[in-house]
Design a protein around this ligand. Structure first.
Ligand code: NAD
Ligand code: TDX
Length: 336
């Protein structure tokens, strides 16, 4: 099997490439990534010279390039992860979210259609469902009510992918996953940001009252689910993926401080994120029942291992926190 993985140098993508090389060693992976601020080829340095991992720097929106790669490598299936992924950035500058997530995805779908790709896995998000009240969980039938420019752009790409199935008969499977955590996550997202700030004795910025809830999933459990969805999912179907680990943000921040041995006085409540979704929770019954997936890691164990990885891999996050990244954060904090 020859698979085109888009966004394979990002957080989930690089974990997915490692997962596939280990668990599907016969597959050839062509990794198409633009290397935006979030893409880091160093994550995959162990595959230098590996004939089963071909890296190509390029844009998913470059249809000619994508079609050429599909022909050159006899691509059977696409696992589409490339995206602008950070909600706060989408509030500061929505345009690139529409360009990459919506138009980029449509061009990738069009290239796949014209090359007769056998299966297209669209990696979407639970944020398409919007925000929940204090009870209940998102099912695949929940209404789509995205709040941020990021989630609106992901909802659009999710629906365009499904439209390619309904209209053109393309074999498309959509997955909608909850918040991932694990190694190689860019330190703009909650968990790595809090670890890095705590290690620097810098304030830990908690938005609003800190009581917003996310449903956490270890990235390796997500990679296993994506592989199953690619292999066994039914065309035109949507599968929710969630770890069953709902936590308030403040609980996570306190757990991180305790793991790195720093005081809670570092916690700083800051102005809330505009349009901040209050609670996400996933009902993963369908993927468990139909594809036999279940998460293997508990959140407490996974969080402790993840924090340890960041403590032990300081050089990794010091390199990715480049000047451009710092400038972005200055803008963020000035806005608050
Ligand atoms: P990320 O930001 O860490 O990585 C995104 C990758 O896509 C980067 O390597 C970047 O260089 C690449 N990229 C961006 N624009 C591109 C373009 N135009 N052409 C080619 N490559 C491009 O993101 P992530 O957290 O790994 O998320 C991966 C996917 O999973 C995204 O589609 C995201 O919406 C989805 N998702 C993420 C989470 C999460 O918690 N992180 C949860 C659910 C769904
Ligand atoms: O500094 C912070 N302080 C804070 O309180 C940051 C960065 C976040 N938060 C809060 C906001 C959210 O309630 O923590 C929660 C998690 O925030 P993020 O890590 O930015 O993730 P979220 O907005 O939930 O979106 C993530 O999950 C769904 C990913 O970034 C998306 O790509 C994915 O689709």
């Amino acid at each position: 099997m020859n698979v085109l993985v888009t966004g394979g140098c990002g957080f989930i993508g690089s974990n997915l490439v490692k997962y596939l090389r280990k668990n599907r060693p016969d597959w050839k992976i062509v990794n198409l990534d633009k290397l935006t601020y979030a893409g880091n080829l160093e994550n995959l340095s162990e595959f230098e010279g590996d004939p089963k991992h071909v890296f190509v720097r390029g844009d998913i929106g470059n249809q000619e390039l994508v079609e050429h790669l599909m022909a050159q490598h006899s691509i059977d299936a696409v696992m589409h992860l490339a995206a602008e992924s950070h909600v706060d950035r989408s509030i500061l500058g929505p345009e690139v979210f529409v360009a990459t997530n919506v138009l980029g995805t449509q061009r990738l779908l069009e290239a796949s259609r014209s090359r007769g790709i056998k299966r297209f896995l669209m990696v979407s998000t639970d944020e398409v469902y919007g925000s929940l009240g204090p009870t209940g969980a998102f099912t695949e039938q929940s209404p789509l009510q995205p709040s941020s420019p990021y989630s609106a752009s992901k909802t659009s790409s999710d629906l365009v992918a499904l439209a390619y199935h309904h209209t053109f008969g393309m074999d498309v499977v959509v997955t909608r996953c909850s918040n991932n955590y694990g190694r190689y996550q860019f330190p703009e997202k909650l968990i790595p940001l809090m670890v890095v700030n705590a290690l620097h004795d810098k304030p830990l910025p908690v938005y609003g009252d800190g009581a917003n809830v996310r449903d956490w999933l270890h990235v390796e459990d997500h990679c296993a689910a994506l592989t199953l969805a690619l292999e066994k999912g039914k065309a035109g179907e949507v599968y929710n993926i969630g770890g069953g680990a709902e936590r308030k943000n403040i609980e996570i921040v306190k757990a991180i401080l305790s793991l790195v041995g720093k005081p809670e006085t570092l916690i700083k409540y800051v102005k809330d994120r505009p349009g901040h979704d209050r609670r996400y929770a996933i009902d993963p019954t369908k993927i468990k029942r139909e594809l036999g997936w279940s998460p293997s890691q508990t959140f407490e164990q996974g969080l402790a291992e993840t924090v340890k990885w960041y403590v032990e891999n300081r050089s990794w996050w010091e390199r990715v926190t480049s000047g451009a990244y710092r400038q972005y954060f200055e803008t963020q904090y000035r806005a608050r």
